[in-house]
Design a protein around this ligand. Structure first.
Ligand SMILES: C[S@@+](CC[C@H](N)C(=O)[O-])C[C@H]1O[C@@H](n2cnc3c(N)ncnc32)[C@H](O)[C@@H]1O
Length: 280
């Protein structure tokens, strides 16, 4: 399979749109002032995030970005330095800036290098944002390569890591106060620390999914890296868990009857999303 086609499948919402994906979208002067023209321009790009660009214009990603932001339960970011690892279109970087962070760095490699960085640059230009950017692999993150940050966001990236311990060690090394990890969780019906391994294309035909820990495993891993207090901030009650299993089962069934989708394994029904705050 062609690499770009594989990336498109692995990062489901990525549509490859030819020329417009590789154009330089960085300078504000190049951008249309007319909202109708800007809206039309946005449709030339593939978006993951829904970024409010002002004037009623929101980038047409399918990620429920504002909802996710609320569920992260971030503390005040006023005056903090923030590193957003796996920034993609930059929603969380721009949000951190809006929430008063003194310095924000967006970091990514796969999507920016193999698909396109243009949506991030376009949004940054329209917002007049001062978010900085670094193209780097997670495993190359260190105090030497990127410096250290008060708050580090590691959202939706851990399950793409073939070596999750090495990845968490790298992101922990640049965290001064708070590391926020959001990830897929699995093995949720055992209290023992455990992680599910997804060989090959096991999970949704996506070769970039490797591991999903349960809460006890993720808390344990982060504790290994010297955080004083590690807390799960979105523990669902029994009814919510039941609802999510039902919703996931419906998703599994839909994936099996829809010709356009790759079948999900039945075990997907017991997966969830987990958000952890690790404090120094
Ligand atoms: C599922 S997306 C999550 C995007 C965003 N953080 C969010 O929560 O909406 C995963 C992101 O991690 C990035 N990524 C995956 N592997 C990476 C790696 N080894 N180094 C740096 N970024 C990586 C991808 O390029 C992509 O932008």
């Amino acid at each position: 399979m062609l690499y770009r086609e594989r990336m498109r499948r692995e990062y489901g919402s990525v549509r490859l749109c030819g020329m417009s994906q590789s154009m330089d979208a960085g300078t504000r002067e190049d951008l249309p002032d007319d909202p109708a023209e800007l809206s039309a321009l946005l449709n030339d790009y593939s978006w993951h995030h829904q970024i409010d660009l002002g004037g009623g214009i929101v980038t047409p990603g399918r990620d429920r970005s504002e909802h996710k932001l609320r569920s992260l339960r971030l503390p005040s970011l006023a005056g903090k330095s923030v590193l957003d690892i796996g920034a993609w279109d930059g929603f969380f970087s721009f949000a951190a800036e809006r929430l008063g962070a003194s310095r924000v760095v967006a970091l990514d490699s796969v999507i920016w290098q193999k698909v396109s960085k243009a949506p991030f640059e376009l949004a940054r230009g329209v917002l007049g944002s001062e978010v900085e950017d670094i193209e780097l692999d997670v495993l190359d993150i260190s105090p030497h390569s990127v410096g250290q940050f008060d708050v580090v966001l590691f959202l939706g990236v851990l399950y793409h890591m073939r070596d999750p311990m090495a990845a968490l060690e790298a992101v922990s090394s640049v965290t001064k106060e708070l590391l926020v990890v959001e990830t897929l969780s699995d093995m949720n019906f055992t209290a023992r620390p455990a992680a599910a391994f997804y060989p090959g294309s096991y999970l949704a035909g996506d070769h970039s999914n490797w591991w999903a820990p349960n809460p006890a495993a993720l808390v344990g891993m982060l504790t290994e890296f010297g955080f004083d207090r590690v807390e799960v901030v979105n523990r669902p009650g029994p009814l919510t868990r039941l609802y999510r299993v039902g919703r996931n089962l419906a998703n599994v069934l839909h994936s099996r009857v829809s010709a356009a989708r790759t079948s999900l394994p039945l075990s997907y029904a017991v997966t969830d999303r987990i958000i952890v705050h690790a404090h120094r």
